[in-house]
Design a protein around this ligand. Structure first.
Ligand SMILES: NC(=O)c1ccc[n+]([C@@H]2O[C@H](COP(=O)([O-])OP(=O)(O)OC[C@H]3O[C@@H](n4cnc5c(N)ncnc54)[C@H](OP(=O)(O)O)[C@@H]3O)[C@@H](O)[C@H]2O)c1
Length: 255
């Protein structure tokens, strides 16, 4: 199957995992605003997903269809892409942003099955299931963008071991996918945000987030839409010579 879109004004077919909230929802809004048909995947937040769909409907630009699926379940993911594929038979953009909430925990207190495996299941198994099920729909010019974290590449906050383990392994999968899919003209890239104001951080005390924001050169955390802008950039037809790359979007936190 060949992807046929040639400009940002063409209607594209997109699927965003973890699209019900935070950064994923902001990506859905931006892709829809470009006139795309966006399949919004969610796991538990049906109401939030429907809200995004309704918002886009009212904007009169683009279209959103919601699909419930736990990305760690290969059969659910297969069915999700079957639904998405039945609409147009192709997928121009796949964004993998699904992630379980971050619960701060020192490695000394971590249990492999309870604390680390759930992150690996959603980040890594979720990506693998999506890439496998989406493969027949992806073609020349299709873009895959995966959300990592800047904590992999710069000093990480404390107590993020399980999350970092999963994102580190996911970065390996992204690079492998970029290599394997390049001959088919499918580009796979990552975006690594700094701390961003979303529900992912709900288990972090407000005071801790305030201190992190105060220490940041810009004096604040990122907003979801600021990260979404970078995702959409790599998902766009302007990124014609970029694959296997990682775009850090942390407002210059290390400067
Ligand atoms: N916020 C940050 O500071 C930050 C920093 C760096 C990187 N990131 C990355 O950016 C991405 C988006 O994060 P966010 O902050 O926007 O998170 P968020 O607001 O907590 O949203 C997480 C999304 O993932 C979905 N999800 C969770 N488990 C799922 C599963 N098993 N199957 C399908 N969907 C599932 C949730 O859907 P339901 O609610 O329906 O379950 C929700 O839509 C993540 O990959 C995160 O690691 C975030």
């Amino acid at each position: 199957m060949s992807s046929t879109w040639v400009s940002e004004t063409d209607a594209r077919v997109c699927l965003v995992t973890g699209g019900s909230r935070g950064i994923g929802a902001a990506v859905v809004r931006r892709l829809a605003a470009q006139g795309s048909l966006v399949f919004l995947n969610y796991c538990r937040s049906r109401e939030a997903a429907e809200q995004v769909r309704e918002e886009v409907r009212r904007s009169g630009r683009g279209r959103v269809e919601t699909i419930e699926a736990d990305v760690s379940d290969p059969e659910a993911v297969r069915q999700m892409f079957q639904v998405a594929g039945s609409a147009t038979g192709r997928l121009d953009v796949l964004v993998h942003g699904a992630a379980p909430p971050l619960v701060p925990r020192r490695l000394a207190k971590c249990d492999w099955r309870c604390d680390i495996l759930p992150h690996l299941e959603v980040a890594c198994a979720g990506f693998l299931h999506c890439i496998q099920a989406a493969r027949p729909l992806l073609g020349t010019g299709s873009r895959v963008v995966v959300l990592l974290t800047d904590a992999l590449f710069h000093t990480p906050p404390v107590q993020m071991g399980p999350y970092l383990a999963a994102k580190g392994a996911l970065w390996g999968l992204v690079r492998a996918a970029a290599k394997e899919l390049l001959p088919q003209g499918i580009f796979v890239n990552a975006v690594s945000p700094g701390m961003t104001r979303t529900e992912l951080l709900r288990h972090y005390p407000d005071r801790a987030l305030e201190i992190i924001a105060q220490d940041h050169p810009l004096g604040r955390l990122a907003e979801p839409d600021e990260v979404a802008a970078a995702v959409v950039l790599l998902a766009g037809c302007g990124s014609r010579y970029t694959t296997g790359a990682n775009l850090v979007v942390n407002g210059g936190a290390e400067f």
